[in-house]
Design a binder for this molecule. Structure first.
Ligand SMILES: Cc1cc2nc3c(=O)[nH]c(=O)nc-3n(C[C@H](O)[C@H](O)[C@H](O)COP(=O)(O)O)c2cc1C
Length: 186
């Protein structure tokens, strides 16, 4: 593992004004020392999963995602919750990326965060993600958890403005993830 930890950020929302993307951008702008976080912007290019398509090889956007995950020391997912679960675009990307051979989530250090206008901060989507990563043998950090509830009160014009949440991400969550990667990452 290199001295500088490279973290790939994946947002489960394609929306320009996404709260989750804003949370991920905040994290990318405030990493702890020794960590760099880069958000991945290719989610919209991933085609719907089709096993017939896969027989001809992974489509280039999927190959790019697989490589980006493999090359990263850790994966930071910020996702909304749709209908109490994982948004289709994100689940679709995980399904593609996870296909053998060399599925890239195996033993990968992963941290989850989520934001929603409701009271639970995308908690249910995060627990469904955790379930997927049990099968994929991803190493999801247990605590601290990040559930940003009442998102419209905490973001303004695409920026996380709620000071306690900013401090929690910057001073508690991200340093804990750096430690998690150093202890468990591949
Ligand atoms: C199809 C759909 C289903 C949704 N289901 C939920 C839900 O189950 N729980 C929840 O808290 N919010 C739900 N929402 C509201 C989203 O949390 C809200 O749109 C949020 O802003 C999406 O995240 P984003 O701002 O990062 O795009 C849903 C939104 C959509 C479009």
């Amino acid at each position: 593992m290199a001295e500088m930890l490279r973290v790939l950020g994946l947002c489960g929302s394609l929306r320009a004004g996404s709260f989750n993307r804003a949370a991920l951008d905040f994290a990318a702008a405030h990493p702890p020392e020794g960590m760099a976080i880069e958000a991945w912007d290719g989610l919209a290019d991933i085609p719907p999963y089709d096993d017939d398509l896969r027989q001809d090889g992974f489509p280039p956007p999927v190959e790019r995602l697989r490589r980006a995950i493999r090359d990263a020391d850790g994966l930071l997912i910020a996702s909304p919750e749709y209908n109490y679960s994982i948004p289709g675009v994100l689940k679709n990307a995980i399904d593609w990326a996870s296909h053998p051979p060399d599925q890239p989530f195996r033993r990968k250090a992963i941290a989850l965060m989520g934001a929603s206008p409701g009271a639970l901060g995308a908690a249910r989507a995060q627990y469904h993600l955790r379930q997927c990563f049990v099968f994929l043998d991803g190493l999801v950090m247990n605590v601290p958890e990040v559930m940003i509830a009442q998102a419209p009160d905490r973001f303004d014009h695409g920026e996380l403005v709620h000071d306690p949440t900013r401090s929690f991400l910057r001073d508690t969550f991200l340093p804990a993830f750096a430690d998690w990667i150093r202890r468990h990452g591949t």
